[in-house]
Design a protein around this ligand. Sequence first.
Ligand code: SF4
Ligand code: SF4
Length: 471
Amino acid sequence: MSERIPARIIESIDPRQPIRLTPAQAGGPIHTRSFSGRFRDLRRYGAGLLFLLFFGTAWLNWGGRQAVLWDLSEHRYYIFGATFWPQDFILLSALLIICAFGLFTITVFAGRVWCGYTCPQSVWTWVFMWVEKVTEGERHQRIKLDAAPWGPAKLLRRGAKHGLWLVVSLVTALTFVGYFTPIRELVAAPFNGELDGATAFWVLFFTAATYLNAGWLREKVCVYMCPYARFQGVMFDQDTLIVSYDAGRGERRGPRKKEIDHKAEGLGDCIDCTVCVQVCPTGIDIRDGLQVDCIGCAACIDACDSIMDRMGYERGLIRYTSERELQGGRTRLLRPRLVGYAAALLLMIGAFCWALDARSLVSLDVAKDRGMFRENAAGQIENVYRLKVINKTQQPQRYHLGLAPNQPFRLSGPGDLALAAGEIVDVPVSVVLEREPLGRSAAPVYFEVINLADPSQRQEADSTFLAPSGR
Ligand code: SF4
Ligand code: SF4
């Protein structure tokens, strides 16, 4: 049986009805029925946009290089003219936290809309189901094909389905890997013999992962493997919009002739056609109450609305609603918990944008030479350091390398540096104690690098200057 969160007992189910197992309960393959409706259209537009972004962005160029590329060999992430370095990983972590928090907020507001409309697992599964329909036919034809013995027709249809699934999986894998290795080179590599073993492995790995997840595992990923499905129930409250069957209106369910006054016959609006079950990608019966298996895709809403239209009944027997509304109250959209989540999310997005804007485009690291100190020809105390300067922009830059003001030291080093786009240089420098005495055996020393064209691009780093005691 499916796990429920929190299940409502439907008191008025007609005990004379035979018990029917849903596809999920029966454990067999789920063959969904075709349907149309406004939520299906919404999902298609959303999925179209996602596909365009996913498959299109990989091929975009920006400033002479791939617009979005995580270059693993160079440890850099290029995104539309900006370069991110391992030092910027804190920003990536912050972005992931913001995404997770955004997901919580959306879940409190509208349940599992992420799962039903935009989760890659769902979106790719819908594509694979469409391929299945094109190659093997409608639901009843697929069920018949399942039961039919193997022969040329079955072999041909099954072969076409799996062949197309593999093509979709391969294109998906190539695109995904293309965000980590330049996609033009990746696609050309098998033809010019330059495909290396590691890249080939990842392409095959993601091909297999897509094929298995969207082709074979499908709803099992959502029901048994996805951790989000397990904890989303605790985020729901009485006002969360969830896909629900209005049992008060639908029961007592049962078939009837369209023209009869069903209310006079003691029947509710549900004609027990089971179309809502037949379109469900996870094979459940939403009339049993909210279940963790429900991914909130609204296919059952579209299906039931079309039945209501045919019967001349009001739409919305299955609809997005809240527990409060089903119990006769009014859904409170603006409630403290949701407002708090939304405010925290906005605050986090604001802080992220500020951090992004304030991010330094030049990096300076300092490492002290292993020696303690030495005396130069003029008898001054001298310490040696290695400065690592990174031009984090995608243009050549000129920098001034020096010491922060008001220190008793003088830098002996190159002064100005010219760095190519993304170039990293290691510069050995020595620091001389100019104004003696230092008064102690160790003192902080501050280095700075300033972009000559834009002095606001400045970075500071510090180290320790050592001197003999008494100097
Ligand atoms: S589609 Fe609507 S009418 Fe048909 S069984 Fe489902 S809830 Fe009842
Ligand atoms: S019960 Fe309805 S909303 Fe939930 S997964 Fe099935 S079709 Fe989608």
